[in-house]
Design a protein around this ligand. Structure first.
Ligand code: SAM
Ligand code: FES
Length: 365
């Protein structure tokens, strides 16, 4: 393949038609990001999202239940090596209280996210999942608690967890090494994702945009990995510095690049569930609205108790840390309506994968 004959507009058309590009083609595309070119992409990505999901935006209630973490990822504010992080854990009762509030506000998915906190045994996690499922059988439970063994993932699934979010962070080996200490490996991260899929979870992968040392080649590797994994969800958001991490002097990722990648992911995985993230709303006041306009279809308002919100600080200046859950929900609803979209309260499962994954709503007991 000769690079001279590549044309970025034709590559977008090819991606739309075949949902796949080769590595050199991805790099070429990424190198040609511009305002005009992005507009060409966004027309298509918006159309593809509308064809698959109309103007529906799914909400997932995020419960950040612990900011203790045994890992030391260089980019993250709650890394174990940050002695200044003000640590907290929610009790099971507090978690259930968040769900109650969320349920009353119309949420039908609860995302339990936390650092990798060894305080919670598998039995604790299973008990929490079962309590939520017993009280709210019509709701989906999503876990985002990092790398665990196959057996642990299986136990959580059997306890009722439906989905699992585990960003791969970067699919480029060299880049992975620059973001993480020695004891973490890309190989294990990827294995976890394939294990989760095999067990039957709806799986979310993803990465930070503009993380330190990220190159166009790294992003090309991310896109190729996502194509291989075929996740049900993809979470991407800009990298934002945290003042107490080794990356405190690095540059933030940009909104423009994040939007560009959201558009490309929508074309590559037309039915994917694609959040417009809090990080995107943090680097620009209208970031989440723009994310939806270019092809995202999920928002994740915070359901954590207000008293702990400003402690789950992965990066500086995080938005929504002072607002009540109800305020956050109303705020997001208004924001979505202001751009012609509507927040829906259904569980919002991945439509295309219904045939491939056990559906807990219809599965025989
Ligand atoms: N411990 C779980 C895990 O590792 O998947 C879930 C919590 S982890 C803090 C959630 C995500 O936050 C990470 O996957 C990472 O992509 C993102 N994150 C961490 N630090 C960030 C930063 N400085 N800027 C933007 N996103 C960040
Ligand atoms: Fe949380 Fe606007 S979404 S306050």
């Amino acid at each position: 393949m000769s690079l001279e004959v590549l044309d970025e507009y034709k590559l977008i058309d090819k991606l739309e038609a075949t949902h796949e590009l080769e590595k050199e083609e991805w790099i070429y595309l990424l190198e040609h990001q511009s305002k005009e070119f992005s507009e060409y992409l966004f027309k298509k990505s918006d159309r593809v999202r509308r064809e698959n999901y109309g103007t529906d935006v799914f909400v997932r209630g995020l419960i950040e239940f612990s900011n203790y973490c045994k890992n030391d990822c260089y980019y993250c504010g709650i890394r174990c090596g940050n002695p200044k992080a003000d640590r907290y854990r929610l009790t099971e009762e507090q978690i259930l209280e968040c769900c109650k509030e969320g349920y009353e506000l119309g949420f039908r998915t609860f995302v339990l996210q936390g650092g990798e906190d060894p305080h919670y045994s598998d039995e604790d996690i299973c008990r929490i999942i079962k309590s939520i499922k017993a009280k709210y059988p019509d709701c989906a439970v999503t876990l985002s608690i990092g790398e665990k063994s196959y057996e642990s993932y299986k136990k959580y699934y059997e306890a009722g967890a439906d989905r699992y979010l585990l960003r791969h962070e970067t699919a480029n080996e060299e880049h992975y090494r620059k973001l993480h200490p020695e004891n973490l490996s890309l190989e294990n991260r990827k294995k976890c994702l394939f294990n989760l899929k095999e067990i039957g979870y709806q799986v979310g992968a993803g990465f930070m945009v503009g993380s330190p040392y990220q190159t166009k080649e790294c992003i090309a590797d991310d896109m190729i990995f996502l194509h291989e994994l075929q996740p049900h969800m993809v979470g991407i958001g800009p990298f934002i510095t945290h003042h107490d991490t080794p990356f405190k002097d690095k540059e933030n990722g940009t909104m423009e690049e994040t939007l560009f990648l959201l558009g490309l992911i929508r074309l590559m995985l037309p039915k994917v569930l694609l959040p417009s993230t809090t990080a995107l709303g943090t680097i620009h006041p209208l970031g989440r609205e723009y994310g939806i306009q270019v092809g995202a279809n999920v928002v994740m308002p915070n359901l954590s108790p207000v008293g702990v919100r400003d402690k789950y600080l992965l990066y500086d200046d995080k938005i929504c840390t002072g607002d009540e859950s109800a305020q956050c929900k109303t705020c997001l609803q208004k924001r979505m309506e202001s751009i012609g979209f509507n927040v829906v309260t259904s569980r919002g499962d991945h439509k295309d994968y219904k045939k491939d994954i056990p559906d807990r709503d219809t599965k025989e007991e």
